[in-house]
Design a protein around this ligand. Structure first.
Ligand SMILES: NC(=O)c1ccc[n+]([C@@H]2O[C@H](COP(=O)([O-])OP(=O)(O)OC[C@H]3O[C@@H](n4cnc5c(N)ncnc54)[C@H](OP(=O)(O)O)[C@@H]3O)[C@@H](O)[C@H]2O)c1
Length: 258
């Protein structure tokens, strides 16, 4: 999708870390932040995917470094933060998007302990650990914008797996609690809750018929794109949203209105 990228001048030169920046929504977010002059640290577990996003940004004269790390591992997040602070400078924008759906939906009693822990660790604990690592420096400097990633699955009943839905609902409340706690220190925390974003992964999972049916289920008549989410992230990263914190933004083409 070709979009006109809006410009937020205050983002130029800022350091932004995007967890889950090596694919899907996170990669689109890295591209838009870099197009706004931010210096972007692209994170994911797979080094080759991280490098591909960094190379693409640099090929368009943007500034980016790649930092492969598993954000379910606090020590790995701390190493990532130290590297970003050393190679770029303290982080002003933290985009905590790493996560994912996990096993297919099924009866709750049939979820294995391993599947449960994997969904909670990969979505909720990873967000907590990321905030735990980056918050102290933001609080000390008295500024920062954090954007977390929930899902419509954590907002209303959907067909998503139970553990994923519970994890994403947890991200909503985690984000609110932290927003309340750190607002007085000049740090803002906002949360996104998208539904049905047509990433490359989802493009490959759905047939054309399924996509059309899903698109028709939204009042706005289409599924979301990674750029839709990235555009909201740009706004929440920038000072243009300086009066917003603790918000959960439902991004569902009008289907969810809470
Ligand atoms: N697409 C949707 O419709 C949708 C809707 C609502 C919410 N979301 C949420 O939006 C976020 C991004 O989803 P997406 O659809 O863009 O997914 P995606 O295309 O699968 O990309 C996920 C990204 O997260 C990274 N990642 C996953 N686990 C990680 C970990 N433990 N440590 C570091 N990086 C990790 C992946 O890289 P590696 O695999 O290389 O680690 C990849 O860069 C997720 O939190 C997802 O739950 C998506």
């Amino acid at each position: 999708m070709t979009i006109n990228i809006p410009t937020y001048p205050d983002l130029a030169g800022k350091v932004a870390v995007v967890t889950g920046g090596s694919g899907g929504i996170g990669a689109a977010t890295c591209r838009l932040l870099a197009a706004n002059g931010a210096r972007v640290a692209v994170n994911g577990r797979d080094e080759a995917r991280v490098r591909a996003v960094v190379d693409e940004i640099r090929s368009r004269s943007g500034q980016a470094i790649g930092v492969a790390a598993d954000v379910t591992d606090f020590a790995a997040i701390e190493r990532m933060r130290e590297r970003v602070e050393h190679e770029l400078s303290p982080v002003e924008v933290l985009v905590a998007f790493a996560g994912g759906g996990g096993p297919p939906p099924g009866p709750t009693a049939q979820i294995t302990e391993a599947e449960w822990h994997s969904a909670i660790d990969g979505n909720l604990t990873s967000t907590f650990l990321t905030l735990k690592s980056f918050l102290p420096a933001m609080i000390e400097r008295g500024s920062g914008s954090i954007i977390t990633m929930a899902s419509s699955a954590g907002r209303v009943l959907t067909r998503a797996p139970t553990a994923y839905a519970a994890a994403k609902a947890g991200v909503v409340m985690l984000s609110r609690k932290v927003a309340d706690e750190v607002g007085a220190h000049g740090v803002r925390v906002n949360c996104l809750a998208p539904d049905s974003i047509l990433t490359e992964r989802i493009q490959n999972l759905m047939t054309e018929d399924q996509k059309q049916q899903r698109a028709a289920s939204f009042p706005l008549g289409r599924m979301g794109t990674p750029e839709d989410v990235a555009l909201a992230t740009l706004f929440l990263s920038s000072e243009s949203s300086s009066w917003l914190t603790g918000l959960t933004l439902d991004m569902a083409g009008g289907r969810i209105m809470l």
